[in-house]
Design a protein around this ligand. Structure first.
Ligand code: ATP
Ligand code: MG
Length: 427
């Protein structure tokens, strides 16, 4: 990519709503620009997730210029302007006060100068603003860094990371999302200040780590251990990223199916991240990260499900489907395939036997499911109530159902009510 450094040479096609918001503010005698991630992403030909606007107008003024607004964070200068059903965050130019805790400024001060606002931003590529009146405002060499694929702090890196330690993780996260390198002094400052990441809440760490893992370059999460960022706060991930299996783990992160959505990608990559340590370590760490319970359970189940070999016979597959459920069964195959492909990446030797084993298991499971074979108590042609009527009670009912299911797993043709009744053990 090469963006012409002459700022007048290009024009960003702002969405109509964004133009409207900026025009409306300008009509009222203030300046306003699209700023930050949306400018960066547009210059990279990526579709921005959202459009943020920065302005000289104070929040109360912004509110008076539009029909529908929401007080999102008035004290920090942010008002959300609603245009139809879409919200646009409009924030007054800000100078952040002193950061005493390494997390939040003690105070924020509003400013009338755009350059004040740009200089509080984290990286040069995130510190550009654009409107149709002035074109691109790039005071910190953001375009040059975009062209050279570099993440560089605005100002003195050590100072910027001392203000807000989360920025160290953001540098690595953007590097993974964009495939950019981290500039040398910025990187050195991360090594130096890594222990201060303990000031940051796990919820915020979790967001950055998640964005890194679902990115196009998830293997860059290695930087979290190399720099020392995870040493204290996430020691088990640190271990997974330093032990002798790390290269395989990192390669495996890339081998997940194309059709996965973001949620599934995240869960599978967490499972793979813990492939060398096991489900207990995964569960503990994901709890520390305040991950949701569905994710924690799924990640642990994928890892555990992959411990046992499954034979290529229908009863063995039905038994596995009974134990795991079909979702985990298939996910476990994807997980094992990723690890097999990763091993091949490292050795240069492919493993067609293993790969076709996973493919066969997948095909056979699909046939079993499509045919409607019984592999759960629920799908037995007999119920607990039937057994009650038959004179069974208490624990015997559960035990009998399990016994009948065992028989059906061996031979699904037995799943017919009268046949099942004839097989109830009598003593
Ligand atoms: P994305 O939303 O795609 O993750 P983004 O660049 O929009 O990326 P946000 O976290 O939405 O990132 O923040 C919007 C902008 O606010 C950034 O581009 C940056 O200019 C600024 N910013 C966000 N967080 C910080 C921070 N911790 N320190 C300094 N500036 C920040
Ligand atoms: Mg954003």
């Amino acid at each position: 990519m090469n963006i012409d450094v002459n700022k007048n040479a290009f024009k960003i096609d702002l969405p109509e709503d964004v133009k409207f918001v900026i025009n409306q503010i300008e009509k009222n005698g203030h300046s306003a620009y699209a700023v930050g991630g949306c400018v960066r992403d547009t210059l990279l030909n990526k579709k921005p997730q959202d459009w943020d606007i920065t302005t000289s107008a104070l929040p109360t003024q912004v509110k008076s210029f539009f029909r529908r607004t929401i007080d999102t964070g008035i004290e920090h200068g942010t008002v959300t302007v609603m245009i139809d059903k879409t919200g646009y965050e409009v924030t007054t130019y800000r100078i952040d006060g002193e950061y005493k805790d390494g997390r939040h400024p003690e105070s924020v001060e509003f400013s009338v100068r755009l350059s004040d606002d740009l200089s509080r931003r984290d990286f040069t590529i995130n510190a550009m603003a654009y409107n149709e009146t002035d074109g691109l405002v790039d005071e910190f060499g953001g375009i040059t860094d975009l062209n050279n694929k570099i993440i560089r702090c605005v100002g003195v890196a050590k100072d910027r990371f001392s203000e807000d330690a989360l920025r160290m993780m953001r540098a690595i996260r953007f590097s993974a999302q964009l495939g950019f390198d981290i500039e040398e002094t910025t990187m050195k400052a991360i090594y130096e200040l890594a222990p201060t990441i303990n000031k940051i809440s796990m919820e915020r760490v979790h967001v950055e780590l998640g964005k890194t893992l679902v990115s196009a370059n998830p293997e860059r999460c290695l930087l979290y251990s190399k720099t020392g960022l995870f040493k204290e706060i996430l020691p088990l991930i640190d271990e997974a990223l330093t032990n002798k299996h790390v290269n395989k783990t990192l390669k495996a992160l890339k081998h997940i199916p194309d059709d996965y959505d973001l949620n599934l990608t995240l869960r599978m990559r967490y499972a793979l991240l813990f492939s060398s340590l096991g489900s207990e370590s995964a569960t503990k760490t994901l709890k520390d990260l305040k991950m949701d319970n569905v994710t924690i359970k799924l990640v642990a189940s994928i890892i555990d499900a992959s411990q046992n070999e499954i034979a290529e016979t229908e009863p063995a597959i039905r038994e596995a489907l009974r134990r795991l459920g079909s979702d985990i069964f298939y996910l476990s195959l994807d997980y094992q395939k990723a690890l097999t492909l990763a091993a091949s990446d490292l050795t240069g030797i492919t493993n067609p036997v293993k790969l076709s084993h996973y493919e066969n298991l997948r095909k056979m499971a699909k046939e079993i499911i499509d045919r409607g074979d019984c592999f759960s108590i629920k799908s037995l042609d007999i119920s607990g109530n039937d057994l009650l009527e038959f004179g069974l009670s208490g624990k015997d009912i559960g035990k009998t159902l399990e016994y009948l299911l065992d028989l059906c797993i061996e031979n699904p043709r037995l799943n017919e009510k009268s046949t099942l009744i004839s097989m109830i053990p009598r003593d």
